[in-house]
Design a protein around this ligand. Structure first.
Ligand code: COA
Length: 705
């Protein structure tokens, strides 16, 4: 079936695009568009043209999958757009849904744009490490000015329809854009108005070009690892200073250079990985989710409070339960303070805050959770406590209600069994602060009912979380990998490196560019929380039976250096700023003496980097082999959405592939030989070794079904 066709209605042409799910511009669609437009050109009886889309949205972009083709070229699409713009009969765009990327570029090539009031319009290519490649960088500034264009293109954030109207990007709002476009088309044709061609315009703020372009250069220099930003500056400069065809040449060259960069390939990998993560192998797409309206939260500490806010933000009724009225009042105050802070930063109106607080009821009776459709238990991370709570919830929750245990490491199968109804139970691992952080690990226990999994996947979407499903193991996907990362960070502190040095390497974009290095991260999350979890793990018999294992963390905990909350952890905090701690350095020296380790003054930067990243890639391979994660991309989503791993690196698996698995395996073997492998820390995953030998990538690996 044609993806675009020309219809004729009352003397005007309707060019209708129909390419589900989001009308993305694929090579086939371009061919159909070109053919249909030729038909219009050849039919002199048609006085105007309306371009519209079937389905849920106007064109939402270029087909990102097509970019993977080394032969990809934007030229055929660009030439259709040029023909549309050059047409001497009025061409109208009828806009609704998400008018993004190539979709907005099509709209800007038209002579008149009418949008439904719920439309969102933007050029999000930067989020894929790219710039618009179909003259978006040249037409947008001519319509909205250089300043707004810079903001839209360099941040990738869409405008609302009303914002677009104010900026001059659309000409009219109408909730029936198709009907309005038809009548406007007739009106313009009757008036015989000359078509308004975007390419002929001058950016309305051209007098301010020097300042805007200087800002664009500064933004690019601040992030040299994102070459798309300097391409944005080049293209806007061309839009301001050069002719349209010259600008076109600048954009074409920049787009071509960017498409093969690691950064863009990494970000495109994440785009598809995020969507793939929503598909659960073995879960029938038709599985009917259970209804969820009322949500219960048991335990209103930092985590429970954040989770409650997440649900209230998405419009759910929330029942908060704590064991004592003091704890409840404290928890409610934390929530109210967090909302007030958001309000005072102008990010939420007073009414919205009141509505959310009004959607929450507090109680000290667990039985009040009895009518909830889902209960998230967010009590302290202690197995005995979780088991006892699980037994009670199994009794209290109504039949069919879902019980979620929020945990970052614990055995969800044991907790599920304790409820007496394991089919209704799953693990959730929200990240702190839960109302802000995007990632939600969903832990599927062995006995989970398919409709429970289907329900929480849908729920995750409603509460705007990026969900990744993990199997049951210590730490699931994210914290299990974080464990080897922390292990090496701490081991190197005993061997002679400092937290400043280690964090500095890993935060340096030259090496990796993590938002926060391991010591700063643990200081923020709480050394006590980390240490207690590790201590329990080791005590339970599943953790490493190695007295040196994460000795820094465990000793800091015993010394009361619990991180930011006590003003001292790996670092000392002066007015919230981390400064090196002599006590921590001394602890490193002390542990080295105790463990008989010869300290080295200068652990090379390269070694620090390798010992942090390579074991993570190895652990990822184990996680995949064991079926804890379904796909390599799931691991990358966990790390980019939950741990501050930079998107332009694509996640630890993608980055390992870019370095080369052969090198990684060789270095793991080298560290096994030089540091010793008594505890199996350097044992290479058979999967990783096999792929390295075959010269394959872990990102491309698929489980055989
Ligand atoms: N190219 C190829 N496929 C695309 C696509 C694009 N530009 N945009 C969306 N899709 C696909 C998704 O992969 C998904 O496929 P699947 O169902 O097989 O997994 C499907 O369309 C639906 O997308 P999804 O993101 O799940 O739907 P949504 O309703 O939540 O969001 C959009 C819709 C359009 C807002 C969102 O998909 C998006 O932001 N797309 C990218 C837009 C973009 O960057 N355009 C510029 C490209 S240069």
């Amino acid at each position: 079936m044609a993806k675009a066709e020309l219809l004729r209605e009352d003397g005007i042409g309707i060019l209708r695009i129909d390419n589900p799910p989001v009308n993305a511009i694929s090579p086939e669609l371009v061919a159909d568009l070109s053919r249909s437009f030729t038909e219009f050109e050849e039919d002199a009886g048609l006085t105007a043209l309306v371009i519209e889309c079937a389905g849920r949205t106007f064109v939402a972009g270029g087909d990102i999958a097509a970019f993977e083709d080394p032969e990809f070229s934007a030229a055929p699409y660009n030439s259709v757009l040029a023909r549309i713009e050059a047409c001497d009969r009025p061409v109208m765009a009828s806009l609704f849904g998400t008018v993004l990327g190539g979709g907005l570029e099509l709209a800007m090539a038209c002579h008149f744009r009418i949008a439904a009031s719920s439309t969102r319009l933007g050029l999000p290519e930067i989020t894929l490490g790219l710039i618009p490649g179909s003259l978006g960088t040249q037409r947008l500034p001519r319509l909205v000015g250089l300043e707004i264009a810079l903001d839209m293109i360099s941040k990738g954030k869409p405008l609302s329809a009303s914002g677009a109207l104010a900026a001059g990007l659309v000409d009219m709002l109408d909730d029936e854009p198709g009907r309005a476009a038809r009548s406007k088309a007739v009106e313009l044709a009757v008036q015989g108005m000359a078509p308004r061609r975007t390419r002929a315009l001058t950016p309305p703020d051209i007098d301010n070009a020097d300042a805007v372009l200087a800002g664009a250069r500064r933004a690019a220099e601040a992030k040299p690892w994102l070459p798309a930003l300097s391409a944005v500056a080049d293209c806007l400069e061309a839009a301001a200073r050069k002719s349209f065809p010259d600008g076109e040449a600048v954009e074409k060259r920049a787009f071509h250079d960017l498409i093969g960069t690691t950064q863009s390939r990494a970000m495109r990998h994440l785009f598809f990985a995020e969507r793939a993560a929503q598909k659960i192998p073995g879960l029938d797409r038709e599985t009917k989710p259970r209804p969820v309206e009322k949500v219960g939260i048991l335990g209103v500490g930092t985590m429970g409070g954040g989770i409650a806010m997440t649900f209230a933000d998405a419009g759910f009724q929330v029942t908060l339960v704590e064991t004592s009225s003091e704890a409840l009042v404290r928890g409610q105050a934390l929530i109210a303070d967090a909302y007030k802070a958001t309000q005072s930063r102008g990010l939420m109106s007073e009414e919205a805050v009141m509505a959310r607080l009004g959607a929450m009821n507090g109680s000290t009776e667990m039985s009040d959770l009895g009518d909830c459709d889902i209960v998230v238990e967010a009590v302290f991370e202690d197995m005995e406590l979780k088991l006892s709570v699980a037994r009670q919830l199994g009794e209290i929750c109504k039949p069919g209600a879902i019980i979620a245990t929020n945990t970052s490491t614990l055995d969800v199968n044991r907790i599920a069994a304790a409820t007496g109804r394991p089919g209704d139970v799953l693990g959730t691992h929200f990240f702190s602060p839960a109302n802000i952080m995007k990632l939600l690990e969903i832990v599927r226990g062995a006995d989970i009912e398919p409709d429970v999994l289907a329900t929480v996947m849908l729920l995750a979407r409603k509460i705007r979380k990026t969900a990744v499903v993990s199997g049951v193991c210590y730490g699931f996907i994210g914290n299990r990998m974080a464990e080897v990362y922390m292990r090496e960070s701490e081991a190197m502190q005993v061997e002679g490196a400092t937290p400043v040095q280690i964090d500095g390497i890993i935060e340096n974009p030259k090496y990796l560019g993590m938002a926060m290095g391991p010591s700063r991260m643990l200081d923020m999350a709480g050394v006590d929380v980390g240490a207690r979890t590790v201590i329990e793990w080791i005590k339970g018999g599943d953790g490493p039976q190695d007295p040196a294992y994460r000795a820094m963390c465990r000793n800091l905990y015993e010394r009361g250096q619990h991180g930011q909350k006590t003003g001292h952890g790996y670092y000392r905090y002066e007015c919230r700023n981390p400064v090196p701690s002599e006590e921590t350095a001394e602890l490193g020296r002390h542990l080295a003496r105790e463990q008989g380790i010869n300290r080295r003054d200068n652990i090379p930067d390269e070694e620090i980097f390798e010992r942090l990243l390579f074991p993570m890639a190895n652990e990822a391979a184990f996680i995949l082999e064991e079926g804890i994660a379904y796909r390599p991309g799931d691991v990358d989503i966990v790390w980019t959405a939950g741990y501050g791993f930079p998107a332009w690196r694509g996640g630890p698996v993608f980055m390992a592939d870019e370095i080369g698995l052969e090198k990684i395996v060789a270095r793991l073997d080298y560290y096994a030989a030089t540091l010793g492998n008594e505890h199996g820390y350097w044992t290479v995953s058979p999967l990783l070794r096999r792929l390295a030998e075959k010269g394959e990538r872990l990102s491309d690996w698929r489980r055989e079904t």
